[in-house]
Write a protein that binds this ligand. Structure first.
Ligand code: HEM
Ligand code: CA
Length: 172
């Protein structure tokens, strides 16, 4: 990462109130997968660099997010998620984006801790990153190496159902 100072344990807070999110208030399944453990100890979403989770992330996005944010995050009744403008600047970090999904924001953006597992939240936020079409220089969640090779989603792109990788161990 370019900013190693951020590589500490995840400090998950509601993006609106700043209140600490209650990590015990989650669905029983998918809460201690290797991916979740890695995220909680490093603050980095491992699925962003592990393409094995993109398929599941896409499916969750289409089921739980696209109705409000558009099929490719272009924005609808909820704001666009594929550009470089963020109402809550925390969303440029893995911890911030995850926290928005977990704890919600204002209005119709409700919390997802009772409808998605922690692992699914990591999968779906990795997919949101994959939908990003803004300038790569503003993709603060990517390190310099990742910025060099970043290629956003292309319409019609498909992924295998069960590719090898971290996501095979996500349990759901
Ligand atoms: C805001 C992601 C589901 C409606 C946001 C933001 C993110 C996000 C990252 C903040 C954007 C920013 O800072 O600019 C997601 C994801 C979802 C999801 C990944 C699925 C897991 C939904 C659903 C609705 C919705 C189902 C509608 C019922 C909104 C609205 C806002 C918002 C209205 C603006 C809230 C505010 O500004 O405080 N969403 N969202 N979202 N979302 Fe969602
Ligand atoms: Ca936006």
């Amino acid at each position: 990462r370019a900013t190693t100072a951020q590589s500490s344990a995840a400090d998950l807070r509601n993006v609106v109130t700043g209140e600490k999110l209650d990590l015990s208030d989650v669905l029983p399944e998918g809460k201690d997968t290797p991916g979740v453990k890695q995220f909680l100890s490093t603050g980095h979403n491992p699925y962003i660099t592990d393409a094995s989770c993109l398929k599941k992330g896409e499916q969750t996005f289409l089921a739980a997010c696209s109705g409000c944010h558009g099929h490719v995050g272009e924005g609808k009744i909820g704001p666009g998620l594929a550009d470089n403008y963020w109402t809550y600047p925390q969303n440029t970090t893995d911890v911030g984006l995850f926290s928005t999904v977990f704890g919600g924001a204002n209005g119709q953006m409700g919390p997802h801790n009772e409808s998605l597992t922690l692992d699914e939240m990591l999968q779906v936020t990795a997919w949101v990153r994959h939908l990003y079409t803004g300038p790569v220089g503003d993709a603060e969640w990517l390190n310099d190496e990742q910025k060099k090779t970043y290629t956003p989603y292309k319409l019609g792109e498909t992924f295998p159902d069960n590719p090898p990788g971290l996501c095979a161990k996500s349990g759901k």
